[in-house]
Design a protein around this ligand. Structure first.
Ligand SMILES: Cc1cc2nc3c(=O)[nH]c(=O)nc-3n(C[C@H](O)[C@H](O)[C@H](O)COP(=O)(O)O)c2cc1C
Length: 175
């Protein structure tokens, strides 16, 4: 049995929800898994884990600055063991933009960091217009209008392919 840590960066909680599903599937496979917010990661000793997974959402074109800081600080320990990274964004609602070599955010991110994750995934995120501020709601609506997505400000849409998330969880167990 290996011990796995999943470190996540979220703003509205959807990446954490994806992680919870990963945890459930990984535990069903009999592996031990710890889930931690990147805000609290300094409180754990990463050396105690056999595999490290990092997941982060995109907000206005970028992953959070803390994700970059974490990677820079822990590059050696990441490289020393099986590892994976996943990004959550709504551009990925289009299957053609859900591959490591087709998702613009992941492509850019990988050029910006020294870490070369051994496994990668991109998951489509969630749009929850009613929960957004006036400003965020209308910017996202504009982006959605430009990319032919939903613009009704009353809707919440989960674009995540949960089967894809579960497949990724099984891949984590095997890596
Ligand atoms: C203010 C805001 C900005 C966003 N910017 C982008 C963006 O630039 N590109 C994109 O594909 N998705 C964008 N999204 C969609 C998020 O990536 C998506 O909602 C994701 O599920 C958020 O995950 P989280 O709740 O873990 O932060 C944005 C969402 C919000 C609320």
């Amino acid at each position: 049995m290996s011990s796995i840590i999943i470190i996540y960066s979220t703003t509205d909680g959807h990446t954490r929800e994806i992680c919870s599903r990963l945890v459930r599937v990984i535990e069903q496979q009999g592996e031990q898994v710890t889930l931690i917010d990147i805000e609290d990661v300094s409180s754990v000793d990463l050396a105690g884990f056999d595999k490290i997974v990092v997941g982060a959402s995109i907000r206005y074109g970028k992953h959070d600055r803390k994700v970059y800081e974490f990677i820079e600080k822990n590059l050696q320990i990441l490289d020393d063991r099986p590892n994976a990274f996943f990004s959550v964004n709504v551009v990925a609602r289009k299957p053609a933009k859900r591959q490591p070599d087709t998702n613009p955010y992941l492509k850019k991110f990988l050029k910006e960091i020294a870490w070369k994750p051994k496994k990668l995934a991109i998951f489509a995120g969630k749009i929850d217009y009613p929960s957004y501020s006036f400003w965020d709601r209308n910017i996202i609506r504009l982006i959605m209008w430009m990319t032919k997505g939903p613009t009704d400000p009353t809707v919440t849409i989960d674009f995540t392919d949960w089967e894809q998330v579960e497949d990724f969880a099984r891949m984590i167990c095997e890596m």
